[in-house]
Structures are given as structure tokens and as C-alpha cells.
Design a protein around this ligand. Sequence first.
Ligand SMILES: NC(=O)c1ccc[n+]([C@@H]2O[C@H](COP(=O)([O-])OP(=O)(O)OC[C@H]3O[C@@H](n4cnc5c(N)ncnc54)[C@H](OP(=O)(O)O)[C@@H]3O)[C@@H](O)[C@H]2O)c1
Length: 304
Amino acid sequence: MKKNVLISGGSGFIGKYLTHLLVEKGFSVAVLSRSKRENTENISYYQWDVNKQYIDENSVINADYIVHLAGEGIADKPWTNKRKKVIVESREKSIELIYEALKKNDKKPEAFISASGIGIYGAVNGPLICNENTPSAKDFLGTTCQKWEAAADKIASLDIRTVKIRTGLVLGKDEGFLKKLVPIFKLKLGSALGSGKQYMPWIHIDDLCSIYFEAITNSKLVGPFNAAVFDNTTNTSFSKTLAKTYGYTLWLPNVPAFLLKLVLGEMSKIILTGRRVSSAQIEKLGFEFRFKNLKDALKDCLLE
Ligand SMILES: NC(=O)c1ccc[n+]([C@@H]2O[C@H](COP(=O)([O-])OP(=O)(O)OC[C@H]3O[C@@H](n4cnc5c(N)ncnc54)[C@H](OP(=O)(O)O)[C@@H]3O)[C@@H](O)[C@H]2O)c1
């Protein structure tokens, strides 16, 4: 019988690609969503409502593995106090809901794999290379990731292997960050942001899905893992490579940091600050990135 992977937030960017990979590899997939959706041959849908603390418990009962991707978009709306609460609670409270459902059942999944972010290390613009033992930052993203991971650790307390995927900027066709940038760069109006010196650890969506697949199938993976290519990509080098993909050289001056702060407020930190991140821990376990070169990754995502 096919093993079943339950993916919370499986209808989003990463979830759709991961579902495709899992189905291809012979798994059945179940998606936890806030919306009612029609089942397909390989995907069954279950509903939940984190605010009302409701979950269809059949989703959890049938799961051999759980992947937790659900959460409000971090860069979707300005970070007012209300929005910050929504960002944190959509991650923390949703895991708690899964935890309570798991506690009631004797059958436990073989692993719980949660998304997390490299934002946990904060803005370390400098030579420091963050690894999985680097302390988490005290800023909003750092504390959000810390609470997110602490909620996942509660699942580990049920004796379930738990993995936390500290994800860099994910590159995928018509999705995520690139979806916002591409129309500007296609018009040759792209430019670097702020000083442009901020590091931008990135990962191709195919490699990220392979890391999730590894986390599902390889019981050696436990705890946090950075999921980003270890290179020297900064905002300037990223912008230059993206412009080159469309056949031109960056010509506009950098967008001034003060302007981005004015428009985006505190959320501008996402694009104005960065950190270098080591990928050694996942590579030590034998994982090999298919896309280690930004130019190739962008070409794969952008060119028809
Ligand atoms: N994409 C990146 O570059 C990146 C980088 C680092 C970390 N991550 C993290 O990886 C996870 C998946 O990312 P993604 O890019 O696939 O995100 P996404 O496309 O926004 O998908 C997330 C899904 O979460 C569900 N969701 C949203 N708000 C929710 C809420 N209040 N309660 C319950 N579910 C909610 C939605 O599914 P339904 O509408 O079906 O409920 C949505 O499709 C996120 O937690 C994200 O923060 C992503």
C-alpha cells in the first residue's frame, strides 16, 4: 500500500511542487487546507480552521508522514502588530492543532517535517557564516522562526522524528519571490536594493523538494537543516544575474534603502538585510544540490 504524506498548506507554492514529486515517487498525498477542495486520483483534501481550532482528524489518522508548510505569507502585507500576530499564530497554533490531534491517536506518523526560515539567524551582514548551531536572532523573523520551531519540537516530544527545514529564498517558475521580480526585470527596469551588499541565500524549488523528500525517507535527518546553496550571492549579484538572464546589464541605480523603508516599513528588512548560511550539515548526509549555480537556476526557472 502507498505511504501517505499529509501536507498542511500543500496548495501553496512549495506544496504543489512537493506533491508532484511525492506522487511521482509513488506516495499518496493528502492536503490540509482552509478551503474545501475536490479530491483527485492521487490527492485527498482535508479541511481545518486554525482560528477556530478545528481539524478533520482523519487527515492525521491516515498520515505516515506530516509536512507542515501552512502559514500566512510573511511578505504579503506590512508588518503591523496585528499582522505580526497573524504570521506567528498561523504557524504556531496550526502545529498545536496537529499536536493535539496526534496526542489522541495511538498511530503516530513516522516523521513530522516543518518549514522554517533562514531568517532565524537575523541580519548578519558580514563574514559570519550561520550554521544550525548559530543562536537565533531577537528580531521579528528570528523570534517567529524560533516559536515556529519550538511548536515543532512539541511534536518531537511525542516521540516522532522531527525535522525543521530552514529555507532560503526559493526560486521557482512563476512563483514566490521571482513572480514579483520578473515583470520588472523583463522591462529592463530591475535594480539592486539598498546597498546591494546584503547576502541572499537561495535554493531552486527542485532541490528544496528533494530535501523534503530526503527528510521524509531518511531517518538520519533529525532537527534543523539549512536549505540554501552556500555561495556568495548578494542582492547586487542576484540582480545582475537576473538582468543577464534577460540579456541586459543593470543600468539603473540601486533603489535607496530609505525609500524601501518608507514604503515597506519594518518589512523592508527582508530585502535590505541578509546573512550567509552554511549548507554543510545536509551535504554531510549525502545530499547533493542539483542547482549550485545561480545563473543555471535562474535560466531553468525563467527561460521557456
Ligand atoms: N517560498 C519561499 O521562498 C519560502 C522561504 C522560506 C520559508 N518559506 C516557508 O515555507 C512555507 C511554505 O511556503 P510557500 O512559498 O509554499 O507559501 P504559500 O505559497 O503562501 O503557501 C502556504 C499555504 O499555507 C496556507 N495558509 C496560509 N495562511 C494560513 C492560515 N492562516 N492558516 C492555515 N493555513 C494557511 C495556504 O493554504 P490554504 O489556502 O489551502 O489553506 C497557503 O497556500 C511557509 O511557511 C513559508 O513561510 C517559504
